[in-house]
Design a protein around this ligand. Structure first.
Ligand code: GDP
Length: 294
């Protein structure tokens, strides 16, 4: 479900998370490893000002592993604790309670010095729609807890889920809005499937997908679709469209008169990309982040 994020929704979402912050020791900021910046809420530092924070790069099974390493180094250099996981299979999810506990180690030591017994670390998962919050909650809980689907402003009685003996997790995640003011961010999110196609034009999304993949992962296009490998000027829109047409021709997406059905082709491109059939691709780099380009 796509949420329309009106200003009132944002204020309410922010307030709901801030109310929950009083209950927790650690915030788990869930990002999509393929688009770690586009999937980041623009006000996150304001929403979680002083809370120890663990950044979890989810869907790392779909992201370029070398780039995931670079993103981990980027966030670590900013002083955040960070781990990359695949919530759909559970790969490395077990590191989350360990890292969450490490974030409160000093506070726990101070409590122990005062004679207080250590307790489970209390955590809240926050992130934009579709980043995998419910999947991760279910994975950490070891059973089906959270209903997938997003309704900002809808609350239910919240409960603590035990994750082993050392962590407790709020069963309802904090749902945040994405950075949709920036159109390029919108396209990146749409490429991953986080924004639905009713909002952005499918051919435009596929155009940007092909442009990014052709510049970063040219082999992916020849391997998946048999696109000819050659020097291209990807700043020239006609050349990008030519790649899309080549894919359409190879996939038999034709309309009468032998013209290419670009809409159908675009659908195939996006479906393949979201399912990881073009290989593991990351659409943003830390260099771009440092240059302020994303
Ligand atoms: P939420 O809106 O943040 O709660 O996101 P969901 O948990 O509903 O997940 C959105 C979609 O992403 C679902 O189709 C999940 O199956 C999928 N998903 C979640 N985590 C992963 C992951 O680590 N890898 C892959 N490949 N898919 C995932």
């Amino acid at each position: 479900m796509t949420i329309q994020w009106f200003p009132g929704h944002m204020t309410r979402a922010k307030r709901q998370i801030q109310a929950k912050l009083k209950l927790i020791d650690v915030a788990i900021e869930l990002l999509d490893a393929r688009v770690p910046l586009a999937s980041r809420n623009p006000m996150i530092d304001e929403i979680l000002p002083d809370k120890p924070r663990l950044i979890v790069l989810n869907k790392s099974d779909l992201a370029d592993p070398r780039m995931t390493e670079e993103w981990m180094a980027y966030f670590t250099a900013q002083g955040h604790s960070c781990v990359a996981v695949d919530s759909s299979t559970g790969t490395r999810v077990g590191e989350i309670p360990v890292k969450a506990k490490a974030l409160v180690a000093e506070k726990w030591a101070r409590m122990a010095a005062k004679g207080m017994n250590p307790r489970a670390v209390r955590a809240l998962i926050v992130g934009i729609p579709n980043v995998g919050k419910s999947t991760l909650i279910n994975r950490l809980a070891g059973r089906n807890i959270a209903a997938t689907g997003d309704r900002p402003g809808v609350t239910k009685g919240q409960q603590w889920i035990k994750v082993g003996t050392e962590m407790e997790l709020l069963d309802t995640p904090g749902i945040l809005w994405p950075k949709f003011e920036d159109q390029m961010v919108g396209y990146r999110l749409a490429m991953t499937g986080a924004i639905k196609e009713e909002i952005l034009n499918v051919e435009d999304i596929a155009f940007f997908a092909i442009k990014v993949i052709a510049s970063r992962y040219p082999d992916a296009l020849s391997e998946r679709f048999g696109v000819e490998e050659k020097e291209r000027d990807l700043d020239n829109a006609d050349e990008v469209v030519a790649i899309m047409e080549e894919i359409g021709r190879k996939r038999g997406c034709l309309v009468s008169g032998g013209r290419i059905d670009l809409e159908k082709t675009s659908g195939i491109i996006l479906r393949d990309m979201r399912a990881g059939k073009m290989g593991r691709v990351t659409l943003e780099t830390p260099e771009e982040a440092q240059a302020g380009e994303v």
